[in-house]
Design a protein. Structure first.
Length: 459
């Protein structure tokens, strides 16, 4: 069979796939990069970067509103929603411009294909009426919002993390369907902007994979400014003029309704593997269409690897980057390395902030005898000065080895504070690593020491 173009390496997806493209070019391989766009993938365009650009001013608003607890009486004169949205787009526009300009210049043995490619056999893809064959293929095709089958949903204009960044004016009211990472972060943003926000969560708590006490505290604090309904089954969405009327059941209560100007769908993610026509290959997928890989991130087809949201394990940019690096290493070196998921960190940029790494208490108990330590922010001088009475930390340690199994924080600067624990876990996880370095006093970092000093057996 004659192919239009043959390549040593084919990379699908422009998010963390860029790491592999650059490495392959540097190694002198002939490389094809297939990308349906937009350039930069989910993180840059409709994920980490734009959402955190919006959440930063939201944090400042809430801090001003809560400053009276410190003896500071203040008020907000105006929130310029349009300016906040414009500012959010600036780094995206700059980054995309930089990448487009880079692709304008010819690179030896490299071709960029813009569009949605699909497989026609194990090692061949068709894109823009061209056929591309790769000796090695790396799939980083990502995921997209999962749109639940709700009666009437196709008759309304709903928001997702893909189109929310294009709105021009603040909605007076918004219903967010889903109480996971994306849902609670946007609930925080819109509430801070002045919208009336309601979260509808199918399960019994927010961020259901977090520690129960963290989830419960998050709900308690967010309920001061956001309506949160759990154990909700949505029945139908009806358009009524410029608003929508959502019908739902909650427990034994049937046919309840709530009206809103906008609906935001945050009901999980679904794999993009179907867009690749993966059924034309021998690449295996799971029941939810995510690509199956082994510990070395190899698919069921030799010389094809997959990573990032395409495999549906941990949908975070930092994980996808590490997976991409692991894929590339394993494609070159006979000494393969497994992808290590034992200490995956994440953060949720709500107010309060949440961060976590490793196992929860329930997960740890399944295989370990454990010790658990907790500390409140107010247990250390800096936390007391901040008048932070709600936030806390939780450490989970193997009783026998004294190695850190998990660590969880809810409160100010949680994503920064947890990095010390992440580093210790990367070095082997012994709790002694935490105490060897001198900690500044008074500083919030003392909170980590305090947590490990409170370790106790759990019945």
């Amino acid at each position: 069979m004659n192919y239009l173009k043959k390549y040593d390496v084919v990379v699908i997806g422009s998010g963390s796939g860029g790491e592999i493209v650059q490495s392959a070019i540097n190694h002198g391989y002939k490389v094809a990069w297939i990308d349906k766009g937009p350039l930069g993938g989910t993180c840059l365009n409709n994920g980490c970067i734009p959402s955190k650009m919006l959440i930063y001013p939201a944090d400042r608003i809430i801090e001003i509103q809560e400053s009276e607890k410190l003896g500071i009486k203040s008020s907000i004169e105006k929130i310029d929603f349009k300016k906040i949205m414009e500012h959010m787009k600036e780094p995206i526009i700059d980054s995309q411009k930089h990448m487009r300009e880079g692709l304008k210049y010819p690179i030896e043995n490299f071709d960029y294909y813009k569009g949605s490619g699909h497989f026609i056999d194990n090692y061949t893809l068709e894109i823009n009426n061209e056929k591309v064959h790769g000796k090695k293929i790396f799939i980083g095709s990502g995921a997209r919002p999962n749109i639940p089958s709700i009666k009437g949903i196709n008759k309304i204009d709903f928001l997702t993390n893909e189109n929310v960044f294009d709105i021009k004016s603040r909605p007076k009211s918004i219903i967010i369907i889903g109480g996971g990472y994306i849902g609670v972060e946007f609930a925080h943003f819109f509430s801070a902007m002045g919208s009336e926000v309601t979260i509808l969560q199918r399960s019994d708590r927010l961020i259901k994979n977090s520690e129960p006490e963290i989830s419960n505290l998050l709900k308690t604090i967010m309920e001061k400014r956001i309506k949160i309904l759990t154990n909700v089954e949505i029945v139908e969405i009806i358009k009524e003029g410029n608003n929508v009327n959502l019908i739902y059941n909650q427990g034994k209560n049937r046919a309840l309704n709530i009206k809103s100007e906008k609906i935001f769908i945050s009901a999980g993610r679904r794999s993009n593997s179907d867009l690749l026509k993966i059924e034309n290959t021998d690449i295996k997928v799971d029941d939810t269409n995510y690509i199956k890989v082994n510990e070395f991130l190899e698919t069921s087809v030799d010389s094809i690897w997959a990573f990032g949201d395409a495999i549906g394990k941990f949908m975070f940019k930092h994980v996808a980057n590490e997976e991409a690096i692991t894929c590339w290493h394993n494609s070159l070196d006979n000494h393969k390395i497994p992808m290590d998921y034992s200490a995956i960190p994440y953060a949720v940029f709500t107010h309060p902030q949440i961060s976590s790494v490793g196992l929860t208490e329930i997960e740890a108990k399944k295989k370990h005898d454990i010790l658990v330590g907790k500390a409140k922010y107010s247990d250390v001088a800096k936390g007391e000065a901040m008048m932070e009475i709600n936030g806390f930390t939780k450490a989970i340690v193997d009783k026998k080895t004294r190695k850190i199994l998990g660590f969880h924080i809810i409160g100010p600067y949680a994503p920064i504070l947890i990095q010390e624990v992440i580093n210790a876990m990367a070095l082997g996880g012994e709790i002694g690593y935490i105490g060897r370095g001198m900690h500044i006093h008074p500083a919030l970092s003392e909170l980590i020491l305090s947590t490990f000093s409170n370790l106790k057996e759990i019945n």
